[in-house]
Design a protein around this ligand. Structure first.
Ligand SMILES: *Cc1c(COP(=O)(O)O)cnc(C)c1O
Length: 462
């Protein structure tokens, strides 16, 4: 089967996400036959360096032998069984491991008590929103019309695309096409920290600023809004440290800590959306750790299975489940058919094992510093780069959109120029970012930076 045949067949029957039909002629989907490490391979043998971890999923690289073996072994033993009325070793062991690894208030005991599985990030957000809301109902804090029944979210945030999750996305552009279907959330300002450097996070760095964002005007306004609306708010949902889909904006660890404290004081549940930032992306296993925050509900997905299979989990703080006991009518009214699939859970366990065996987190500071050097070189070299920022293994370069193509499709032009050079970048409009697998090699990182530099010259001029 030639790649052209596959493209024609694809075009006949497949509808791709985030893709306009009109773009398919010039930018048809690239057939991929296999993948290993940070490399994707086309059927005709061309190699593409995956600089964004295939939409922020890939943690230990594609086809990691440890994870592949675990998946093979598990699928042969138990492929699937319904999770209402049944259980199995991989789901229980992964829940134990996640609870053990999650942030804690007190090192001596875990802060989370339960794990609710689902199969994509958006579903884990729905679970968190519904848990928060149903708990308010069970506690007599809302009758559905008044009381604590609304959700707050940050402007520019992204939490997924199912209707409940979409309603807490903080950008009107995402919500607008489905506006009349969405619940009425409250949107709070967040600082952008345009020049946020990794230095703000790393405690060994001379410019360590753990309080970044805490005393910003946006923090004051967000806190004031939470206090003013406390009577009607069930929960606040936050992406800790990085608003990834919102062009990799980094509002600051101190900003998040201050929101968390306000939520605690005002009886507003705190939901951390760690779907993109979890599993080492920011340099710690869980991004909330940078702020010393232990959220009430924590959503995990993308990197949870190592990025290999669709799996999501909502972690639930100790004691949160109490009102769901008692009468059978207190049951949490939610289910997904593939809840806790054993093969996906086996991948999750194997990914955590790789973290331990390869000391992935211990190796990150050196890689992060390398990425920082490359990022700063590009920032200095190119007049077209007007801002750059980094948190852990996520680096962003903001380019001057005035220099972009006349049709305004800057992100697409950059993406295409990178693909011509065998590197997968997918800029968010004017923001080029790197988010490779955590074990990306030095030479591979340098290749990503070199191609980014060429692409900036080609699309935006010297
Ligand atoms: C990707 C993402 C989601 C949605 O996850 P899906 O698996 O695509 O439904 C939610 N929140 C954040 C922060 C994400 O990056």
């Amino acid at each position: 089967m030639s790649p052209t045949d596959l493209r024609a067949r694809d075009r006949a029957v497949v509808w791709h996400p985030a893709t306009h039909f009109g773009d398919l002629e010039q930018n048809p989907p690239v057939p991929i036959a296999s993948a290993s490490g940070v490399w994707l391979k086309t059927p005709d043998g061309r190699e593409i360096l995956d600089a964004i971890g295939s939409w922020w999923t890939s943690i230990h690289g594609h086809g990691h032998p440890r994870i592949v073996a675990a998946v093979r072994e598990q699928v042969g033993r138990l492929d699937h069984v319904m999770f209402a009325g049944f259980t199995h070793e991989p789901a229980v062991a992964l829940a134990e491991a996640l609870i053990a690894a999650a942030p804690r208030d007190d090192v001596r005991e875990p802060s989370y008590a339960k794990v609710f599985y689902s199969d994509c990030g958006s579903a884990s957000i729905e679970v968190a929103l519904k848990l928060s809301y149903q708990r308010r109902v069970l506690c007599g804090q809302t009758d559905g019309r008044s009381g604590k029944r609304r959700f707050a979210a940050l402007r520019n945030s992204y939490h997924g695309e199912t209707l409940g999750a979409l309603a807490v996305c903080g950008s009107p552009a995402w919500r607008e096409p489905f506006g009349s279907l969405l619940h009425d959330a409250l949107y709070l300002p967040a600082p952008s920290q345009a020049d946020h450097a990794h230095a703000d996070l790393a405690s060994e760095h001379p410019e360590h600023r753990p309080e970044l964002g805490a005393d910003s005007p946006e923090a004051d306004a967000a806190v004031a809004a939470l206090e003013a609306h406390a009577d009607e708010l069930s929960a606040l949902i936050v992406e800790p440290i990085i608003q990834c889909a919102g062009r990799m904006v980094m509002p600051g660890a101190g900003f998040y800590r201050r929101l968390a404290e306000t939520c605690r004081a005002c009886d507003i549940h705190l939901i951390a959306d760690e779907i993109a930032v979890g599993f080492g992306r920011t340099g710690k296993l869980i991004a909330s750790e940078w702020s010393g925050v232990v959220p009430d509900l924590m959503c995990l997905s993308k990197g949870l299975s190592g990025g290999v299979l669709p799996l999501a989990a909502t972690l639930i703080r100790n004691g949160f489940e109490a009102p769901f006991h008692g009468s059978p009518s207190n049951t949490f009214a939610h289910s997904h058919t593939f809840t806790g699939n054993p093969v996906t859970c086996a991948a999750g366990l194997a990914s955590l094992a790789v973290f331990a065996e390869e000391r992935t987190l211990e190796g990150l500071p050196a890689r992060i510093a390398h990425m920082e050097r490359l990022r700063l070189q590009l920032t200095q070299r190119h007049a077209a780069v007007i801002e750059s920022r980094q948190a852990g293994m996520v680096a962003a370069l903001v380019v001057d959109r005035e220099r972009g193509p006349a049709d305004g499709r800057l992100g697409l032009a950059l993406r295409r120029a990178a693909m011509d050079r065998g590197v997968l970048l997918r800029p968010l409009h004017d923001t080029i970012y790197w988010m490779p697998a955590l074990n990306v090699g030095e030479a591979e990182l340098e290749r990503i930076a070199a191609v980014t530099s060429e692409v900036i010259d080609e699309v935006l001029g010297r």
